[in-house]
Design a protein around this ligand. Sequence first.
Ligand code: COA
Length: 232
Amino acid sequence: MPIQVRPLQKEDIPEVVECIQQGFADDPYFRWVFNAEQFNKQRNSSSLTARCLWGINNALFYVAQEVDVASTTPSPVLGVSCWLAPQPASQPESWYTWSQSLLLSFRQFLTNLRYLGRGGLITKRYWIWKAQQGAAQTELWTDKERGYYFCNIVTVRPEAQGKGIGRKLFEVVTDRADKEGVKCYLESSKDEPNVKIYEKMGFEMVKTMECEDGGEVCQLFCMVRQPKTDKI
Ligand SMILES: CC(C)(COP(=O)(O)OP(=O)(O)OC[C@H]1O[C@@H](n2cnc3c(N)ncnc32)[C@H](O)[C@@H]1OP(=O)(O)O)[C@@H](O)C(=O)NCCC(=O)NCCS
């Protein structure tokens, strides 16, 4: 059956949250930054829901599903991607963007209140990662004029992997980046097989980011994709 990739809608959110949780259950970064014994799945769902609500208006958030014209019930969500649009350095943050970030912070604050904490998130590690990420992006995002499309989340349900859905979730943005002559960027928390998969999408590894706490290291692989000039 053909696969369609379309923008996230509010009614997709519960399935999208489940798809992300499933995709990242064995993710090295996720295991490093969360205390497995204290992990609260409901709280995590609430936090991801807030992120999805924000993403509908502020990110390039896509879902992939089969197109089944014969059925009246919607097909399940098979994959998800969330990208942040490029931010040229000369473009100051708008009031809209600022207010949307504030709304997201408020929703996250309510989640903390409701679940009495961060549901197993090791905040020290979160901030170590944030600092490393900020430093890596300052170093690697050399195209200040145009900025970068930043692939923040990509995941395909295990039973649907290896069938071209990930590629479609990439191409919806990489094709646009090619036409605009803009570079793309991602940070993969898995080396095998993800780095090879992203290389097939035209990304090249440019840096290994190391986050360390108490002797436990989490590596993230920073990858950049140059626009294909034949599409400009
Ligand atoms: C990474 C992921 C999104 C890729 O999606 P996918 O639907 O499995 O990928 P596709 O089937 O579209 O394959 C894309 C390309 O990678 C190649 N590929 C797929 N799996 C591969 C593997 N295990 N090793 C090497 N290449 C592979 C495919 O051949 C294809 O190349 P081609 O189009 O040139 O033939 C998916 O595997 C996934 O969700 N993994 C678990 C969650 C995750 O790790 N998310 C990212 C965290 S950084």
